[in-house]
Design a protein around this ligand. Structure first.
Ligand code: CA
Ligand code: CA
Ligand code: CA
Ligand code: CA
Length: 401
């Protein structure tokens, strides 16, 4: 069950104000069949499906004679419905977002006769926000060699929404749909070039354990995928790292269910050579990300979060191995739902780390720091600055990459 009552947020500058998210009071179950036909959204002039009924399966920017009349409704379409208190799906009012497929439940919510427009969307986030995360990156003074999918000098984001659409979000904040169906992927990772054309590529694992390469076009789009092979299902993490053995070809790390970390050397042709064990004990790590050379020695490094919420930097040796780790975050990192290593985001010449906190609606205990996208600026010595809040609308998303 998923419904939302949300006040439409007014945004200013690049920092969005947090939008209040409230659970709607429970509704009464209908014991008899509804008069609302399947495939429609119906509204009634009375509570509990009483009075006269209207039905629609098309967007209604205005409501005609039903303006400010609906007192109860039932969404029986296969889409999310957004019911707004203002015409044309917006204004400063409130909306009710309602996911489909909730069975024979007649909503008895008293809408106080305030609904003035209705829209159908794939994902509840679409009721009042872009389908993808807000994002902005300054132009980087030097190319990181990764993170910048469209090669305009700004770090980019791949944002997946809860309905499985993957969006390319450029460093200037513009989103472009890559495609749907990405919820079937159980891992997504990118860091630099794997095919030898100098353009960043994307790697994804599907639920059957096949690893796929999506070659980047250098404009935020990807070409036809090709299989890298099967058997990846047992991997707890899969992390593209860029070149960490100094042969000029992008590499991959993965740790399996027994806790062994494996190094997969890239061939530069979109495939990997024989893997090499980097040792066990990695089951204590719940997230890995490859930020590039964070400590300024010229070798790509690795960041890992452990089960106690600490963050560790594993300095790369440039030989596909890592030296003694350093603690770079003493606690609290367990609240992060995503780590993004996309280069220099604030344009100061140093590589950074970006992290997203938890979705406050999915995780009601997440508190006031929910829904945040944070910048942890690097300084070239391997440590991270205290975070700066980039945006606070990381909700109804299914990851960022
Ligand atoms: Ca870019
Ligand atoms: Ca390499
Ligand atoms: Ca390094
Ligand atoms: Ca930076």
């Amino acid at each position: 069950m998923k419904r939302r009552l949300r006040r439409l947020a007014v945004t200013a500058g690049s920092l969005a104000l947090a939008s209040a998210t409230l659970a709607v009071p429970a509704q009464a179950a209908t014991t008899s069949a509804s008069s609302c036909p399947s495939g429609y959204l119906c509204g009634w002039s009375g509570t509990n499906e009483t009075g006269s009924m209207m039905k629609t399966r098309a967007d209604m920017p205005t409501m005609g004679s039903w303006d400010n009349r609906i007192r109860s409704f039932w969404n029986r379409t296969s889409s999310v419905s957004c019911l707004y208190t203002d015409q044309n799906y917006g204004g400063g009012g409130t909306f009710f977002g309602d996911e489909p497929g909730q069975g024979a439940t007649g909503y008895s919510l008293d809408l106080d006769r305030t609904i003035s427009s209705i829209k159908f969307v794939p994902n509840i986030r679409d009721c009042d926000a872009t389908p993808y995360s807000e994002w902005y990156a300054e132009p980087a003074p030097k190319a990181a060699g990764f993170g910048d999918l469209n090669r305009d000098g700004r770090a980019d984001l791949l944002s997946r929404d809860r309905s499985g659409r993957l969006w390319f979000v450029s460093g200037t904040g513009d989103g472009t749909l890559i495609g749907g169906g990405w919820n079937s992927m159980t891992a997504l990772t990118r860091h630099g070039d794997l095919t030898g054309d100098g353009v960043e590529d994307l790697i994804a694992r599907d639920s059957s354990g096949t690893l796929w390469l999506y070659p980047g076009y250098g404009d935020g789009k990807f070409g036809t995928r090709r299989s890298i092979g099967g058997g990846w299902k047992s991997m707890a993490t899969i992390t593209a790292t860029g070149d960490i053995n100094s042969d000029g070809r992008g590499d991959l790390l993965a740790h399996d269910s027994s806790g062994t970390l494996w190094f997969y050397p890239g061939t530069g042709h979109g495939t990997f050579g024989s893997r090499k064990s980097l040792g066990g004990g990695w089951n204590s790590m719940t997230a890995l990300t490859a930020p590039g050379d964070l400590n300024g020695d010229g070798h790509g490094d690795l960041i890992a979060r452990d089960t106690s919420g600490k963050l560790w930097l594993y300095p790369g040796t440039g030989r596909g191995t890592f030296g003694t780790r350093n603690l770079i975050g003493s606690g609290g990192w367990g609240q992060m739902s995503a780590f993004l290593s996309v280069g220099d985001v604030d344009g100061d010449g140093w590589l950074d780390l970006v992290a997203a906190t938890q979705d406050g609606y999915e995780n009601p205990d997440a508190g006031p720091t929910a829904n945040q996208l944070r910048l942890y600026a690097g300084n070239g010595t391997g440590s991270l600055a205290k975070y700066r809040l980039l945006h606070q609308n990381w909700y109804d998303l299914n990851g960022g990459f």
